[in-house]
Design a binder for this molecule. Structure first.
Ligand SMILES: *[C@@H]1O[C@H](CO)[C@@H](O)[C@H](O)[C@H]1NC(C)=O
Length: 469
C-alpha cells in the first residue's frame, strides 16, 4: 500500500497510473452507458407489461417516465459525489459505501451497508424465483402441447426447479472470483438483451396478427374491487422502481472512467444516454406487452402458455435461466468475500475458518476451505427455502424495488449533495431536495406495503411451499 501511495503522488508523471496509484482507467462515455444499460435490462423489464396493465396507459407511461426522471436527477447528483470534497479535483471514492462514509460519516455508512446487503439477499431470492418460473413455464408449455393445449392437467410446483437451481448455485458459489470472469458479463449482456427483445418481439407479433387484447387508458382491471386495483397499482410502482435501479453500482461504473474529461461530466452524459435508452426499452416492452395481452397480462411476459409462438417463449426462458444463474454469482460473490474477510479478521487463528486444503483431480487443482464451503452452501439453501415459501414474482420484485429505491437511489444521493454543496437548512434548494426525498419515501413505503399485502394474500390462498403455477 505504501509503495502504491508514493507512486500515486507522482502519478502525473507516470503514464501507467492514475492519481490514486491504480492502473490507468480507460472507460469512456460509451462503456459507462453500456454498463448502465446492461445493469437495468434484466428480468425486471419483463414485469413492466404487467405493471402497465395495472396502471392503464396514461398512469403507466407517466410512472415509467417519472421514475426515469427522478433516477436521472439523483444519479447526476451521485456523479458529483465520486470525488470529494471537490467533484472534479477531490479524492476518489471507489464504491457507493465509501462515498457515503466520506460525506455522511460512519453511522450512515453502516446503515447504507446494511440496506445494500439485505437488498442483495432479497435479490438472491428474487433471482431464484424468476429462474424457477422460467423452468416451470417451459415444462408447462411442453405438457400443454402433449395435452392438445389444455391446461387442466398441467400444473406444476416451483419446488423441484428451485432445488435444481440451488444445487447449481451451490457449485458455482465454490468457484472463487467467478464474478470477475469477463466472458460472464459478456454472456449475461447478450442473454438479457436477448430475452428483453424476445419479449417485445413476441408481443409485437401478437399485435400485428391482430390478436391483441383490449386495453384501457386509466387503471387496469375490470371485475375486481377498487381496493384490489389500488393495491396492484402500488405493486406496479414497486416493479417499475426495481427495473430502474442501478444506484448501487453507479460509483463503481464511474470509477472505471478515464480522468479527462472530468469523470462527473462524462458520467452525467452516460446517465442521460443510459436512462433514455432504458426508458425506450421499458416503454416498448411494457406497452407492447400490455397491448398484446390486455388486462390479463401475465406477471412476466415470457411467462405465457398456449402461445402459438411457443419456440420464442422457450428461447426467451432459456436465456433468462442462463442469465440469472450467472448474475446470481456476479451479485453475491462480493458479499461472500466481505463476510469471509470479516469472519477471518475476527477469528484469525481458527483452522476451520482460515485453512485451505488443496485437492487435485487429475490436472485440476481445487482449494477447499471448510468455512467457505459451509457458509456459502447455507446461504444458497436459506435463500432457496425462502423462494420456495413465497414464489410470487411481481410481489417479491416489487418488495425489493420498494425497499431499495428510496434509500439507495434517492435518500443517500440527496443527503450527500446537501452536505457537499453546503445547502443550508430551510433554504429553497434544501426544501426542494427534501420534498423530493419525502415524496419518494412515501411511494416506496406504499409500494412495500402493497407488496407485503399481496404476499400475504397469496400465502392465504396457497399454503407455504404448496403453490402450483
Ligand atoms: C473517500 O474520500 C474521502 C474524502 O476525500 C477520503 O478522505 C477517503 O480516503 C476516501 N476513501 C477511500 C477509501 O479512498
Amino acid at each position: 500500500m505504501e509503495v502504491e501511495s508514493v507512486v500515486g503522488a507522482n502519478a502525473n508523471s507516470n503514464a501507467l497510473l492514475d492519481d490514486d496509484g491504480k492502473a490507468r482507467r480507460t472507460g469512456t462515455v460509451w462503456s459507462a452507458s453500456a454498463h448502465i444499460i446492461t445493469a437495468v435490462i434484466g428480468a425486471g423489464v419483463l414485469s413492466l407489461a404487467w405493471a402497465m396493465a395495472q396502471l392503464g396507459w396514461i398512469l403507466g407511461t407517466t410512472s415509467i417516465l417519472i421514475f426515469a426522471g427522478v433516477t436521472l436527477y439523483t444519479s447526476n447528483l451521485l456523479a458529483d459525489c465520486y470525488r470529494s470534497p471537490h467533484p472534479v479535483t477531490g479524492k476518489r471514492n471507489h464504491t457507493y459505501m465509501e462515498a457515503v462514509k466520506a460525506h455522511l460519516g460512519g453511522r450512515m455508512h453502516m446503515i447504507c451497508g446494511l440496506i445494500q446487503y439485505s437488498n442483495l439477499v432479497g435479490i438472491a431470492i428474487g433471482y431464484t424465483i424468476t429462474t424457477s418460473i422460467s423452468v416451470v413455464t417451459i415444462v408447462k408449455n411442453n405438457c400443454m402441447k402433449k395435452h392438445n393445449g389444455s391446461e387442466a392437467d398441467c400444473h406444476f410446483s416451483n419446488n423441484p426447479s428451485i432445488i435444481g437451481i440451488a444445487i447449481a448455485e451451490i457449485f458455482l458459489s465454490q468457484i472463487p472470483n467467478f464474478h470477475k470472469l469477463s466472458w460472464i458479463s459478456f454472456l449475461a449482456a447478450i442473454m438479457s438483451f436477448g430475452y428483453a427483445f424476445i419479449g417485445i418481439g413476441l408481443s409485437l407479433t401478437i399485435i400485428i396478427q391482430g390478436k391483441g387484447k383490449s386495453t384501457s387508458l386509466f387503471m387496469g382491471k375490470t371485475g375486481q374491487s377498487s381496493s384490489e386495483n389500488i393495491w396492484n397499482m402500488l405493486v406496479a410502482l414497486g416493479n417499475i422502481a426495481l427495473a430502474n435501479s442501478y444506484a448501487q453500482i453507479s460509483i463503481d461504473i464511474q470509477d472505471s472512467l478515464k480522468s479527462t474529461p472530468a469523470e462527473n461530466k462524462v458520467m452525467k452524459m452516460a446517465n442521460s444516454i443510459g436512462i433514455i435508452t432504458m426508458s425506450i426499452i421499458f416503454l416498448l416492452s411494457g406497452g407492447a406487452g400490455y397491448a398484446a395481452f390486455g388486462e390479463d397480462t401475465p406477471g412476466s411476459i415470457l411467462n405465457t402458455t398456449g402461445n402459438e409462438h411457443v419456440w420464442l417463449v422457450y428461447m426467451g426462458n432459456v436465456f433468462i435461466i442462463i442469465h440469472i444463474l450467472g448474475a446470481y454469482q456476479v451479485l453475491i460473490q462480493p458479499f461472500y468475500h466481505i463476510v469471509e474477510l470479516l469472519v477471518s479478521q475476527r477469528w484469525p487463528s481458527s483452522n476451520f475458518i482460515n485453512k485451505e486444503y488443496f485437492v487435485g483431480i487429475g490436472k485440476i487443482q481445487f482449494s477447499i476451505n471448510l468455512f467457505r464451503l459451509i457458509w456459502r452452501t447455507m446461504f444458497v439453501v436459506v435463500a432457496s427455502v425462502l423462494a420456495m415459501a413465497m414464489p410470487f414474482f411481481n410481489n417479491m420484485l416489487a418488495l425489493l424495488g420498494a425497499i431499495g429505491f428510496w434509500p439507495l437511489a434517492v435518500y443517500f444521493p440527496i443527503q450527500m449533495i446537501i452536505v457537499k454543496r453546503n445547502i443550508r437548512k430551510g433554504t429553497m434548494p434544501w426544501i426542494g431536495l427534501q420534498s423530493l426525498s419525502l415524496v419518494c419515501m412515501i411511494v416506496s413505503i406504499a409500494a412495500a406495503c402493497a407488496a407485503i399485502h399481496g404476499l400475504g394474500q397469496a400465502l392465504g390462498k396457497y399454503k407455504p411451499f404448496m403453490y402450483k403455477a
